[in-house]
Design a binder for this molecule. Structure first.
Ligand code: EPU
Length: 431
């Protein structure tokens, strides 16, 4: 069944939005359940398609789990990895979601072997996994690639070592950190990612008995232990979802209270930039208030690893800057092909010129503000791009129909419900 979303333009967001648990924290936490034979209880998990994909992979391996929906936007998941009988992540599941590579570290660490399909390229970039594999090899794993699969083994167990990531990698850091927790001796990860989701994973692993320090800095130290115990853990709020709804308030000239996290700490650069663009942020209990000043100013953005401007908010920010009173420059430095929303935004009236900087994978979009968007049939090319089109549609004149909504459902839950409570109607068409 294909689904589309119909969006009437000129709507104003006004209300309170509870932010769900972070997708990019929940996925490694779910994979970490493979590290212990005891009960893992994860609370505040967002009911997303990507979470379902990770669960189906864990299920194939023998993890037993129960999902309890606490609300339309939050679930509790109980997992038991005490009878793992299959160490293979098959292509059919891996091709749906690259984050399934996150089972590599835990399986290798606890069971000394695993076979994981090589994730292919994806819409936003080539996305190789060489750093993940390099990190495992540094810990003593033997890796071979055959027939599209990664065969990894460490018959005598993994051994702590020093490994420096050539460039910062979020899931790479998570994968090698999970591999190192049950290795013998000490591991030092240099040029590690500092994202809040890394800190969340390390905090959960420490609660399970791991000995990790330095998470949140670029050097992480892991002292291996022999086993990990069960845990009851609350997933952090999704900073990307929060940023997305902040932009929804900005682009529609509205206001919103985002509840569920310390978003100033989670989104430092984003909040600075959006303040320059004309959004007004103020602290409220367990969250942040965002109010549109009525004008959108042009700004320059360069995406970077945390604490820099998140690539996962680039597309949504671009939608807003299309309506600024001047010209903005956006540099995408993480993913070489993450400007696919430009073509669709342009069909809605945006004026954007894209160029590729020589000898780097940096893409530059020069965005000249226009007075308005015009509703149009558009299609989503990837997760964050899909929401940029929803945002443009809310501000547009006329109606927009967004196709390929499955991209949106991978990373945003209960979108209609959350918008509705803020006076915004979007309609899902199933046929
Ligand atoms: N890279 C390599 N080799 C590797 C790993 C990465 O060359 O082995 C390169 C990538 O090609 C990219 C850069 O390093 O150019 C950074 O990639 P990273 O590994 O940090 O990305 P990721 O871990 O695959 C996570 C998020 C992405 C987010 C990026 C950057 C998860 C599950 N995914 O991906 O989230 O864009 O970090 O912050 O955590 C999204 O949620 O929409 C999304 C794409």
């Amino acid at each position: 069944m294909t689904e589309k979303i119909k969006i009437r333009g000129r709507q104003v967001l006004n209300g309170v939005i509870p932010i769900s648990g972070a997708k990019n924290a929940a996925l490694p936490l779910l994979a970490a359940s493979l590290l212990s034979s005891e009960k893992i209880l994860l609370k505040n998990v967002s009911p997303l398609a990507d979470v379902g994909t990770m669960l189906s992979l864990l299920g194939e391996m023998g993890v037993r789990y129960v999902v309890t929906d606490d609300s339309p936007y939050s679930s509790t998941i109980e997992l038991h990895a005490d009878s793992i009988n299959n160490f293979v992540a098959p292509y059919d599941i891996v091709k749906k979601m690259r984050a399934t590579i996150l089972v590599l570290g835990p399986l290798l660490s606890r069971f000394n072997e695993c076979t994981v399909s090589l994730p292919g390229g994806c819409a936003i970039g080539l996305r190789p996994v060489n750093y993940h594999l390099g990190g495992m090899e540094a810990l003593g794993a033997k890796i071979s690639l055959k027939d599209g699969y990664i065969y990894a083994e460490a018959p005598r167990g993994l051994k702590g070592a020093e490994f420096e990531f050539p460039t910062v990698s979020v899931t790479g850091t998570e994968n090698v950190m999970m591999a190192a927790v049950l290795a013998t001796g000490k591991t030092i990860l240099k040029n590690a990612a500092k994202e809040p989701e890394i800190v969340d994973l390390a905090s959960c692993l420490n609660k399970m008995g791991a000995i990790i320090s330095g998470h949140g800095s670029d050097t992480i130290e892991i002292q291996g232990v022999t086993s990990l115990h069960g845990v009851d853990y609350l997933v952090i709020a999704d900073r990307i979802e929060a940023g997305t709804y902040a932009i929804a308030a900005g682009i529609t000239g509205g206001r919103v209270d985002l509840i569920g996290g310390n978003f100033r700490e989670l989104l430092p650069c984003f909040i600075d930039k959006m303040t320059q663009a004309g959004l007004i942020f103020s602290d409220i209990d367990n969250g942040i208030r965002v109010i549109s000043s009525g004008t959108i100013h042009p700004i320059d953005i360069e995406t970077a690893p945390f604490p820099g401007f998140p690539t996962d908010l680039q597309a949504q920010s671009m939608a807003m800057l299309c309506l600024a009173d001047g010209t903005s420059n956006i540099y995408e430095t993480i993913w070489e092909n993450r400007l696919m929303h430009v073509a669709e935004l342009s069909r809605m009236g945006a004026e954007i010129k894209v160029s590729r900087c020589d000898q780097t994978c940096v893409c530059h979009a020069c965005v000249t503000g226009v007075e308005k968007f015009q509703g149009a049939p558009v299609f989503a090319t990837d997760l964050r791009a899909s929401f940029s089109l929803v945002l443009a549609a809310l501000a547009a004149e006329g109606e927009t129909v967004l196709d390929r909504v499955y991209h949106l459902d991978r990373g945003y839950c209960a979108v209609e419900h959350k918008f509705k409570t803020c006076g915004v109607t979007i309609e899902r068409i199933k046929k």
